[in-house]
Design a protein around this ligand. Structure first.
Ligand code: HEM
Length: 499
């Protein structure tokens, strides 16, 4: 494989970790890093396609298991040069905070990834280069999704959770679809103030298919198929709300949403078109960025409850003790339910949905701990390794909410759930984190209050084993598994059936 020679480190750079071609190959076994690389690789050098084929044939099952090893083997900062592109991999939270938080003016760009343009999603906040357009997007997100705005959406999350429970009661085998619909309804409400139908909403279905396609698009083997879907370049027009034009007055009476908030704040005297395009883009991004990540986490939550029934029992005991067995939990109960918050925090740690974050890029050269980091380098946040930091957490593969509880049963406050590296770092940190953690909490507490989740049984009444397995890609999702939902409260069932 002669091309691998090119991956060796150039002597002009002070290498962070000096890797032999074999070691580089080992790192490339990670399918997720590969996903990032391939998109760039095909862009930088189309002739590299045969190499892409070779790399894809590597054994890539459970790639993140090796992410924890990188730090141990190569240190906190790892440098890989691949076909002319510099990759810096941050393996520890300390170093990541030092660079991305404290030197955020250098580390807040994004690499140019050709799939975005091909799929017509280059408008998305997530992949915008560091500059004025991105700043305008962040301002709009901040107006709509800052922590104080959360209160306005509580009713939406609560109603959505009740619908989720009804859907699971009626068609438990499709729980994954119901979880996705729950997330979709929240994100649609956040973005557009749009109230989705109880089940199988046509707009949600269309957008869900699109997001599925986009998630797959980031996987390298699909790159070749991109040119086949030029219609996706018209993506923003597919979204509800895209038809609005100069309706700022109308929006003031509309339900709260990103679009309504932004329209009501629009400055009609300056550059209206730029602002209007940014509002559409921000709303569409909210769906793309929030949907897959949040529904994957909820699917992982069900998996964790199956694999750790003792955690489920403890959480349900807390709910029944605090609110009784007849009432449905609401946000007013949150402070009295610390263990449920610990479950949420542990879920984020146990199942980092984007194990290598979303790559940042440097805007100028930098030096860190005596190492030279070049301008334009791709900066990968090894979230997986951070969540497996043995200095911070013991038994890292176990689901143990107790690690976020004090001995006297209080929640450990520091750090807050929303500052978990799963939401990224620095200026590009996820602006949807406050909303996401609120509606995830609502879903978790509602499901636990209503159902005992157990392993499914086969025709011989034998439990069907469940394993913790995830798909690969830039964001990961648990592989489908069967399970049963057993109603635990006739009183609660009556309440939600009144809907
Ligand atoms: C649990 C669910 C979620 C997770 C785990 C998550 C995770 C992330 C991560 C890792 C990033 C990249 C941060 C970085 O570059 O350092 C990100 C960016 C982003 N997320 Fe989220 N996210 C979630 C939910 C949401 C929701 C619900 C929304 C919107 C309503 C949202 C909107 C965004 C946007 C707009 C960006 C791009 C920020 C930028 O590039 O400046 N996310 N998210």
């Amino acid at each position: 494989m002669p091309e691998l020679e090119e991956m060796a480190l150039p002597t002009s750079l002070t290498s962070v970790g000096s890797l032999s071609p074999l070691e580089v190959e080992e790192i490339l076994r990670s399918r997720v890093l590969l996903d990032v690389c391939i998109a760039l690789l095909v862009f930088i050098c189309p002739r590299a396609l045969p190499l892409v084929g070779n790399l894809l044939s590597l054994n890539t099952a459970e790639p993140w298991l090796s992410y924890t090893e990188w730090g141990k083997k190569y240190g906190d900062l790892l440098y890989v040069r691949l076909l002319g592109q510099n990759f810096i991999i941050l393996n520890s939270e300390n170093i990541a905070r030092k660079l991305l938080d404290q030197r955020s003016s250098i580390y807040s760009d994004r690499p140019v990834i050709p799939t975005n343009t091909l799929f017509g999603v280059d408008f998305s906040t997530v992949m915008l280069r560091y500059g004025d357009e991105w700043r305008l997007h962040r301002k709009l997100f901040h107006q709509a999704l800052r922590p104080e705005s959360d209160l306005r959406y509580r009713e939406v999350y609560f109603t959505g959770a009740q619908r989720l429970l009804v859907n699971i009661l009626e068609a438990p085998a499709y729980f994954d679809t119901h979880l996705k619909d729950f997330v979709a309804s929240n994100v649609m409400a956040l973005a557009y103030g749009y109230e989705v139908e109880m089940r199988d909403d046509p707009i949600v279905r269309t957008v869900r298919e699109l997001v599925d396609l986009l998630t797959k698009a980031l996987s390298p083997e699909r790159t070749a198929a991109l040119a086949a879907f030029p219609f996706l370049q018209h993506l923003p027009d597919w979204f509800p709300g895209a038809g609005f034009k100069r309706q700022a007055a109308y929006s003031r009476n509309a339900p709260p949403s990103i679009v309504a908030d932004c329209l009501s704040q629009i400055d009609e005297t300056v550059d209206y078109d730029t602002q209007e395009f940014a509002i559409k883009a921000v709303a569409a991004t909210a769906f793309i960025a929030g949907y897959e990540t949040s529904s994957s986490l909820l699917h992982s939550f069900i998996l964790a409850m199956l694999l750790y029934p003792e955690v489920q029992t403890k959480a349900q005991a807390e709910i029944d003790r605090v609110i009784g067995t007849e009432k449905l939990p609401s946000f007013d109960d949150r402070l009295s339910l610390p263990y449920i918050d610990a479950v949420l925090h542990e879920l984020l740690r146990w199942s980092p949905v984007t194990p290598l974050g979303i790559p940042h890029a440097t805007t100028t050269d930098d030096v860190c701990n005596g190492y030279y980091i070049p301008k334009g380098a791709l900066v990968i946040i090894n979230v997986w390794a951070m969540s497996r930091n043995k200095m911070k957490f013991d038994d890292t593969e176990d689901f143990k909410p107790e690690r976020f509880m004090t001995e006297d049963g209080k929640l450990v406050n520091d750090p807050a759930t929303t500052s978990d590296p799963i939401f990224g770092l620095g200026r590009r940190i996820c602006p949807g984190r406050f909303a996401a953690e609120a509606f995830l909490w609502m879903a978790i507490v509602s499901i636990l209050s209503m159902f005992r989740i157990t392993k499914a049984k086969d025709a011989y009444s034998k439990e069907i084993p469940v394993e913790r397995k995830f798909t690969t890609g830039i964001s990961v999702h648990p592989v489908d598994f069967p399970c049963w939902f057993i109603s635990r409260s006739a009183g609660r069932e009556r309440l939600i059936r009144q809907l």
